[in-house]
Design a binder for this molecule. Structure first.
Ligand SMILES: C[S@@+](CC[C@H](N)C(=O)[O-])C[C@H]1O[C@@H](n2cnc3c(N)ncnc32)[C@H](O)[C@@H]1O
Length: 233
């Protein structure tokens, strides 16, 4: 995953116009100070009215899950993070069409955003099908590893929820391996098969739809951020 914005095919003119007019109003930018350190983001002033909670979606793709959560939870502030420029355009179209007020966008890489977030600010984090890279040589690109989970644990509230999904068994084992070994997260699956069904308030995403159409099985994992004394974890 690159650190900058990724561009794919040419964008429709209406979407392109939204990236020029609406995106600057909704975009979070992470900046560095004179010493090269990241300036912490001020979340209090980010939304028009103070949200009851702030949730983050990493890798929102075309934005359908982020938009559904924002629509269903108008009192929550949602931050969507994805460097895929075409997807940002699709998300902006939906925000504009529905007049949603509670989404902000970081059009970049998740680790950079998380490094600039304040301690214990996120009540929920979603990473739905983030890593479509089954080959071993691509494993280093994967989002979840020990360093990522340390960084995420720092910014999640006690009892906060971290949701992940994948359509690849080996990737599912990879995710579980890292999460079960991490002291700040506990798996909330109830009984065998607790990872086979999409959470009740989840929505079918574009990638998931393609995976199911190709007869791949999807795995849905939910974790709780444990209350532990050390806030550096
Ligand atoms: C396979 S797509 C899934 C998109 C969407 N969640 C869905 O289910 O349809 C993976 C998305 O995650 C984004 N992504 C991957 N790694 C990321 C990272 N480190 N930070 C932010 N976004 C990331 C990609 O740009 C891409 O849009």
């Amino acid at each position: 995953m690159s650190n900058g914005r990724r561009r794919g095919r040419a964008m429709r003119p209406k979407r392109l116009a939204l990236t020029e007019e609406l995106l600057p109003k909704l975009a979070l930018s992470v900046v560095t100070d004179d010493r090269g350190g990241l300036v912490p983001l001020e979340l209090a002033a980010l939304f028009d009215s103070a949200p009851r909670d702030i949730w983050l979606e990493i890798g929102f793709g075309a934005g359908e899950h982020l938009v559904a959560q924002a629509r269903a939870n108008p009192d929550v502030g949602l931050i969507g993070c994805d460097p895929f420029f075409e997807g940002v355009g699709k998300l902006l179209s939906q925000i504009d069409a529905e007049g949603l007020k509670n989404i902000r966008i970081f059009p970049g890489e998740a680790r950079r955003l998380i490094s600039a977030l304040p301690v214990a600010c996120l009540g929920k984090v979603f990473a739905l099908f983030p890593d479509p890279w089954p080959k071993k040589r691509h494993h280093k690109r994967r989002l979840v590893n020990r360093d990522f989970l340390d960084a995420l644990a720092r910014v999640m509230c006690d009892d906060g929820e971290f949701r992940l999904s994948t359509d690849h068994d080996e990737h599912g084992r990879w995710l579980l391996g890292f999460l079960l070994r991490h002291e700040a997260f506990s798996w909330t699956a109830r009984g065998p098969g607790g990872w086979r069904a999409r959470p009740a308030d989840g929505v079918l995403t574009r990638y998931e739809q393609k995976a199911l159409a190709a007869d791949r099985t999807c795995i849905y994992l939910q974790f709780k951020r444990r209350k532990i004394g050390n806030r550096s974890l």
